[in-house]
Write a protein that binds this ligand. Structure first.
Ligand code: AMP
Ligand code: ZN
Length: 750
């Protein structure tokens, strides 16, 4: 049997450059991109919402569009690229329908005007795109500057019978558009099943969506329209701006998979309803980025920005390299470990370029050079098989092609990769003194004085340079920020990397544990008080640096050096509250564990009462700040002395031996809130009592981790953790002190 596809591809390969093929969400097939106008592709990308930062997941999606663009450019096709900026005109459909407006809330929370917020985040977005080498779109249209265009399309839709007005709102009449559902295959029958949406009585069909919404009394952000003052729905902005800059029908439209429905489905209904033509030929959607295995969400504390990577010493282009290693149609799990591997790989490529740039010119490159080139572009153009292109590049680097040919190929490949490889200089700027040391070293080596030569080399290394002996020549470059940082101290990316010592016999009476995240002065105050009030005791202090970036890590290194009983564990990013505390728990070697928060300070003899209370085997957790509840929903800080339902994380003491029984903390809690309650319930479940005594010698200072959040963030992050707690313990009222027949010692009831 003859395999037709293979023959066809072989012919292509002989025939020259292949053309880009992409998976089209509309046809569910991989298709060759055939521009409407030969030699020119018009492309639209759903851009950022500028009331918040674009995170690295968003950037992954924009990078996908960038690679499409670069691949077309490399085959000689011109690309006209439009990326909209969604400022206040945009609201998620559910927000439009409920009248909520995050942008306005955020502006108020930050004490800024809406325009200021949009400018601020748009500027950051432009800058971040540049930092990962995304070619700027030719046009970045802003939604609020296109309200008349949006109104015009709504009028067209009304005239064509695809929309109706009701009470100052205009809705799209979905049942009237026969093509509805062709992109997402979401035809609407079971659309709303399982989703509880407050039915809008003005809508004729539950699938109908808002094109224009009447302004409610008191709304500031609104525009005049034929239907009264109001504001546009979200989807209409993309129909308006795409048609204005790219025409009624254009080639490629990109976005993330979450845009397929309803955003792009509705965009098709609007544009095709209004213009009567096919809206877009190729719909391309990028899969999502996860972080540490979970969907990136602020409320999970795993949203990362380019700034976060830079703060940790990474080159933003390492993230670009990392994105090259996973196909755009696959979800990608971001970890700092994989980012580090990417930075190492990228540094290696740069080192090779640097090395090849030092070679003499070759007049002619060997014929295999063209074979490598052809295979590269064939691979990359096969539905953007960038991981394939990267691995081919590695094979090429390892091949026996001369360095000059490799350099030529790398320059060509980087038209697609966009890693600035050609910016690697042939010679780095190095101070005179360092060069002199190197020359001395070469001389010593010639005289076979290797030990002295090696000493000089180490000196140069410690001055922040990498020395490479390539054949007869020696080359030198400055260390990257990450190389410098990696030398400072080891860091873990996950609590799993730290083993448990819990099986071992205790070596101290007490283990203090602090999970530190920035606020170096608070950390200093807290650990100093731990030292001060355990002077004559057998105690150790374990501090987990949970991805600090403000100098806390440096402070802790010094602190550890000065004190034998201090151990510090660094995390290369914020691994979350429970995971950080679990590192401390697993490493603790004291009979009693005292977990503290950096906002708390010990001001007297804490250890005597801790020992006394915990020596009564029925007490699981003891601490100053007790909580009680009647219903698992409201927790009161009313327990001053006696049994409680939970002890707050500012200071909780328990026996190390109990940890084996109750287990470690639930690492689903990345944010600290409710974790202490959850852990207290783990103790209760094992039959332990929780005991509070507000007279313990502690002082609570400002809790900055909480203070720095705005109301929205507090709400969102707390809600998630509270849900986590309730799902686990909501049906265990038997664990409450009110149920156990133990009376409250003190306190009042709300
Ligand atoms: P938004 O600002 O939420 O409108 O998102 C901007 C772009 O990023 C859209 O194309 C989204 O589909 C895409 N996007 C959102 N979340 C992620 C994620 N976690 N990973 C990759 N792309 C995303
Ligand atoms: Zn859009």
């Amino acid at each position: 049997m003859v395999n037709f596809t293979i023959i066809r591809r072989d012919i292509r390969r002989l025939g020259g450059t292949s053309l880009l093929r992409l998976y089209n969400t509309l046809t569910k097939q991989v298709e060759e991109i055939q521009p409407i106008e030969p030699g020119k592709v018009r492309m639209y990308t759903c851009g950022p919402t500028v009331y918040r930062d674009a995170h690295i997941g968003n950037l992954r999606t924009y990078m996908m569009a960038d690679w499409i663009r670069r691949s077309l450019l490399a085959q000689g096709v011109d690309v006209y690229h439009v990326k909209n900026i969604t400022d206040v005109g945009h609201m998620r459909q559910e927000l439009v329908e409920t009248g909520g407006d995050k942008m306005i809330l955020a502006a108020l929370a930050e004490g800024k005007t809406i325009g200021e917020i949009a400018e601020y985040y748009a500027d950051k977005f432009y800058r971040d795109e540049l930092r990962v080498n995304i070619l700027p779109a030719q046009v970045f249209p802003w939604a609020t500057q296109h309200i008349p265009e949006m109104i015009e399309i709504v009028e067209k839709l009304l005239a064509a019978g695809f929309a109706y007005e009701s009470g100052g709102n205009v809705y799209y009449d979905v049942p009237n558009f026969s093509g509805y559902g062709k992109l997402s295959r979401n035809f609407g029958g079971d659309l709303l099943e399982g989703v509880r949406v407050e039915a809008d009585p003005l809508k004729r069909d539950p699938r109908d969506f808002t094109l224009w919404k009447a302004a409610e009394p008191g709304r500031d952000v609104k525009w005049e329209s034929p239907w009264g003052d109001g504001f546009p729905g979200w989807h209409i902005e993309c129909s308006a701006m795409a048609s204005k800059y790219l025409g009624e029908r254009f080639d490629i439209h990109t976005g993330g998979v979450d845009n397929i429905f309803p955003h792009h489905e509705d965009e098709i209904a609007q544009s095709e309803g209004a213009f009567g033509d096919v809206h877009v030929n190729y719909w391309v959607h990028g899969q999502h980025l996860l972080a540490d295995g979970a969907k990136m969400a602020k409320s999970s504390g795993n949203v990362f920005l380019i700034d976060d990577l830079v703060d940790r010493g990474f080159d933003p282009l390492s993230f670009r390299y990392l994105c090259l290693t996973v196909r755009y149609r696959h979800r990608m799990n971001f970890t700092f470990g994989s980012l580090r591997a990417s930075e190492r790989a990228l540094t290696c490529w740069r080192d090779r370029i640097w090395e090849w740039k030092g070679l003499p010119r070759l007049d002619e490159l060997p014929p295999e050079t063209e074979e490598w080139r052809q295979r590269f572009w064939d691979t990359a153009n096969d539905d953007l098989n960038l991981p394939g292109a990267v691995s081919l590049t590695w094979n090429m680097i390892r091949s026996d092609l001369p360095g000059q040919a490799k350099l030529d190929l790398m320059r060509d490949f980087d038209r697609l990769f966009g890693l600035d490889l050609d910016k690697v200089p042939a010679d780095y700027e190095v101070p005179e003194a360092v060069l002199t040391s190197l020359e001395q070293r070469s001389a010593l080596r010639e005289q076979a004085e290797y030990p002295t030569a090696d000493t000089l080399r180490s000196e140069v290394l410690s001055q922040g340079y990498v020395v490479a002996d390539i054949g007869p020549t020696t080359r030198i470059r400055p260390k990257t920020a990450l190389e410098q940082q990696a030398e400072r101290w080891p860091a873990v990316s996950s609590s799993r990397e730290i083993g448990s010592l819990l099986e071992e016999e205790p070596r101290y009476d007490y283990s203090f544990i602090l999970n530190a995240y920035n606020y170096v002065e608070d950390v200093r105050r807290c650990v100093t008080s731990m030292l001060e009030f355990s002077r004559d005791r057998s105690a150790e202090i374990i501090v987990v640096d949970n991805g600090s970036t403000d100098g806390t890590a440096e402070f802790l290194e010094g602190f550890q050096e000065e004190h034998d009983n201090v151990r510090v564990f660094h995390c290369d990013h914020v691994i979350g509250d429970a995971a950080g505390k679990n590192i401390g728990l697993k490493q603790s070697l004291g009979r009693y564990i005292i977990i503290m928060d950096a906002s708390t300070e010990i001001v007297g003899d804490l250890l005597t009462p801790v020992t006394e209370e915990l020596s009564d085997g029925t007490v699981g957790i003891f601490g100053p700040y007790g909580l009680s509840t009647d219903d698992m929903r409201h927790f009161h800080e009313e327990v001053e002395k006696g049994d409680a339902d939970a002890i707050q994380a500012y200071c909780m003491a328990f026996e190390r031996g109990a940890v084996q029984k109750v287990g470690l903390m639930n690492e689903g809690f990345r944010f600290y809130r409710n974790l202490d309650i959850d852990y207290s319930f783990q103790f209760k479940e094992q039959g332990y009592r929780i005991l509070a005594d507000s007279t313990l010698p502690l002082v609570r200072h400002e809790h900055r981790q909480w203070e720095e959040l705005d109301d929205n963030q507090r709400e969102e992050m707390s809600r998630k953790n509270f849900g986590r707690f309730l799902r686990r313990w909501g049906n265990r009222p038997d664990l409450l002190i009110t149920a156990g027949g133990r009376a409250f010692d003190t306190g009042f009831h709300h």
